[in-house]
Design a protein around this ligand. Structure first.
Ligand SMILES: Cc1cc2nc3c(=O)[nH]c(=O)nc-3n(C[C@H](O)[C@H](O)[C@H](O)COP(=O)(O)OP(=O)(O)OC[C@H]3O[C@@H](n4cnc5c(N)ncnc54)[C@H](O)[C@@H]3O)c2cc1C
Length: 412
């Protein structure tokens, strides 16, 4: 039987393994910048995509990078501006006394009038990026091709696919998600933590206007968040013990609605389920290194973090922006973009940021997801300080929206 794809002859500049949002963005942007690129897409093109009820909070800097891929026009009508973030401590404060953590007013004005971020449904983002992948001239898209193993030489690496096809390349970008087979093939270990919780994610219709504000209620068992969507809908992220989220997700819709409203109507207004519901297990997995000879790890392959503050994909997008800068800068000075010096620069740029964000999310989870008598007043104090101190609010807004200095060029 003939193969469904053609593998290019000769050495290519880049092989991207994995065609999630991180891999497709990288493949598109690298091709646009003149790097010969092959995208190894392990999804079965004939299979119906798995149900995906996530909606991503894509912060301002990441939204700029996605704009460079050309995906913005394909997302018209499905995104919602994210104007601010409110938090309520369900453990120590009465419901209905929200702390405004930060909003658009805490950020420097953006020339194009962009807010803090955009809420983007995961399935729409993937569809949009897939379409641009297909339209990007020169990008070789191997659909239904799975990475199997890797052979590394001094000047190139050879990617071997499951059907034994081989592709020689200067650089391999592992964007193959949390259980990355590239990372495993290289024997790169991980730091793991299982939170023993799952996130129930679904869209709901709200009966009170959300005003583009993401709202988070911190309960001892974990947070409950409403993330704004068009037509006054919201994407829910409800953290529960492993098993509980899965049980609720399997209940009839009327029972889920009754449970939701009994517990959270005072916080979010009346909610009506709109679409499928899914429970996602919550785990942290950090690769001990983000590079190996001729290989860079990006996105969840390098760092799967607690989705508490919606930073996971944003970190992956920053990886893409940083790797593109490193590749372009290496080429400009006549260096090999897959050599150790280039990869070292990528790792130095990204590893500290990714690890510190992962550990910060972990600390927030531990501080808020309990009823500890000592921590309760402290976190009340922390929320009050965040609410009242202008410079702190501005610093948090800039950090959350990826609007700091020293950003890769595609995010500025
Ligand atoms: C409930 C929930 C809410 C979230 N909300 C947010 C949010 O608001 N904001 C945010 O920034 N992040 C959020 N995240 C995190 C975000 O979902 C991830 O960080 C992001 O999807 C990772 O993208 P990726 O491209 O790295 O990996 P993936 O999307 O996992 O893609 C990996 C790809 O690699 C492919 N692959 C795997 N093995 C192979 C192989 N051997 N050969 C070829 N291909 C292979 C897979 O088929 C897949 O297509 C959330 C996560 C969850 C669970």
């Amino acid at each position: 039987m003939s193969k469904p794809y053609e593998v290019p002859d000769g050495i290519v500049d880049l092989v991207v393994v994995g065609a999630g949002p991180v891999g497709t963005s990288l493949a598109i942007l690298a091709t646009q910048r003149g790097f010969s690129t092959v995208l190894v897409d392990g999804r079965d093109p004939s299979a119906i995509p798995a149900m995906d009820t996530r909606t991503f909070a894509i912060v301002r800097g990441s939204w700029r990078l996605l704009g460079a891929t050309g995906v913005h026009p394909l997302l018209e009508g499905v995104t919602e501006p994210l104007n601010g973030l409110e938090a309520v401590d369900g453990g120590s404060h009465a419901f209905g006394a929200p702390f405004v953590l930060f909003g658009n007013e805490d950020l420097p004005e953006d020339e194009s009038g962009q807010p803090l971020g955009q809420m983007v449904p995961s399935a729409d983002l993937q569809r949009g990026l897939d379409r641009i992948t297909g339209e990007t001239e020169g990008l070789v898209w191997l659909r239904g091709a799975r990475f199997e193993r890797l052979e590394t030489g001094p000047a190139s690496a050879t990617v071997i696919l499951q059907d034994d096809a081989k592709i020689e390349t200067r650089l391999v970008a592992a964007c193959d998600g949390v259980n990355s087979s590239v990372r495993q093939a290289l024997g790169i270990g991980t730091e793991d933590h299982d939170y023993g919780k799952s996130v129930f994610a679904a869209n709901v219709k709200l009966d009170t206007p959300h005003g583009g504000i993401a709202r988070q209620l911190f309960m001892p068992e974990g947070p409950f968040a409403t993330l704004p969507m068009p037509d006054n809908r919201a994407n829910l992220a409800w953290y529960m013990k492993r098993g509980a989220a899965e049980t609720i997700a399997a209940m009839p819709v009327e029972d889920i609605e009754a449970e939701l409203n009994a517990r959270f109507e005072r916080f979010a207004g009346h909610m009506t389920i709109d679409g499928p519901v899914v429970a996602y297990p919550l785990k942290m997995k950090l690769a001990r290194q983000m590079t190996a000879p001729r290989v860079a790890l990006l996105g969840d392959a390098a760092h799967r973090i607690n989705p508490l503050a919606g930073q996971g994909l944003n970190l992956g997008i920053k990886d893409v922006a940083a790797l593109i800068d490193v590749m372009v800068e290496s080429r400009e000075v006549g260096l090999d973009h897959g050599a150790a010096t280039a990869l070292e620069r990528y790792q130095q740029w990204r590893r500290f940021d990714a690890t510190s964000v992962a550990l910060f999310m972990d600390a927030i989870d531990r501080a808020f997801s309990n009823d500890n008598a000592v921590l309760k007043p402290l976190r009340g104090l922390a929320l009050t300080a965040a609410n009242r101190i202008g410079p702190l609010r501005r610093a948090m807004a800039r950090q959350a929206s990826a609007d700091q200095t020293h950003l890769p060029s595609l995010m500025r």
